[in-house]
Design a protein around this ligand. Sequence first.
Ligand SMILES: O=C(CO)[C@@H](O)[C@H](O)COP(=O)(O)O
Length: 219
Amino acid sequence: MKQPLVIAPSILSADFARLGEDTRGALEAGADWVHFDVMDNHYVPNLTIGPLVCQALRDFGITAPIDVHLMIEPVDRIIPDFAEAGASVISIHPESTRHLDRSLSLIRECGCKAGIVLNPATPLDVLDWVSDKIDLVLLMSVNPGFGGQKFIPSALTKLKQARRIIDDSELEIRLEIDGGVKPDNAADIIAAGADTLVAGSAIFGSNDYAGVIRALRGH
Ligand SMILES: O=C(CO)[C@@H](O)[C@H](O)COP(=O)(O)O
């Protein structure tokens, strides 16, 4: 069953020199989670932030769920570090680990919610084999690595299929979408079945975080 809508600003598009203030600003403007993109210049062609920055946000006073998206390989060594640094959800790509079942179990053993991330061309079939090990499915609607890209329209069809799979499972699994999410496509994305919207450039590229977050919610 679809869960209440969550808006998760991707801090990849925040001003890294003022990360704490920008993150707090988005939450005070009505966001629910913090989406935290971790890139290693190996799994994806970009390099970003790690557990020290996650811990720094907690030390700064950010109490909202931190939704960590690992675009790195391998993942197992860093999962406990993120859990200790205050991550709430940790999501991994199936291609980034040799033993997906084991890595997903490790995330839960570390006390976090576990997510699986599927790239635009990655089929949904893997969900058949991990649905009891996950709390979240994250569908990428751009190729991972950079903010500010265009939404790939086939993601809407994939969202509908993923929604059916999740509903049929009768498990409490969130369906998150990430990449090119804007006020002008949010309604279609939500209608297709997403309950968790990641938005980076739409929120942090605006002077009116609250207005964009309201528009993403359809208000
Ligand atoms: O994980 C990624 C990119 O790899 C995303 O989280 C982007 O950061 C989303 O940015 P926008 O497309 O919303 O600008």
